[in-house]
Design a protein around this ligand. Sequence first.
Ligand SMILES: [Zn+2]
Length: 140
Amino acid sequence: MWQKFQNSKRRDKPTCPYNPDITAWARRQANETKQHFMVLSGSTVSPAALAKMKKQEVEGCFWCSKATPATLEHVTWICPAFEEERKTFFQNDFPEIQNLAPLQKRLGWASLPSTKSLNGVVLRWMIHVRLKILAARYQN
Ligand SMILES: [Zn+2]
């Protein structure tokens, strides 16, 4: 999976060096469910990215009704509409999510020592957000 990313032309491809420990972690997680795999392989398409793909105008976030486009980063980590939910989800680790590495925020790959449980919580949150995005998309 790592090689596939490094060789791809994705604009969000990770630029950090190969780390066998993290790669092994991501591979184990990716085997859990289809949703784990989809998040870890960068397959979550945000509303903003979908609009771009369809060459439509990128509108403000559907959830917080701000002028901010609903990019994956916005919906997952910034959107004020999910702030309370984020706090509940992360509990005592909530302050720590501000400091996650970009790769972890984008793809859910562990950036903390792979034994830390927060890695798993981050990934579960990203799956949760992915399912929210899909639900909103197919409801309309
Ligand atoms: Zn928002």
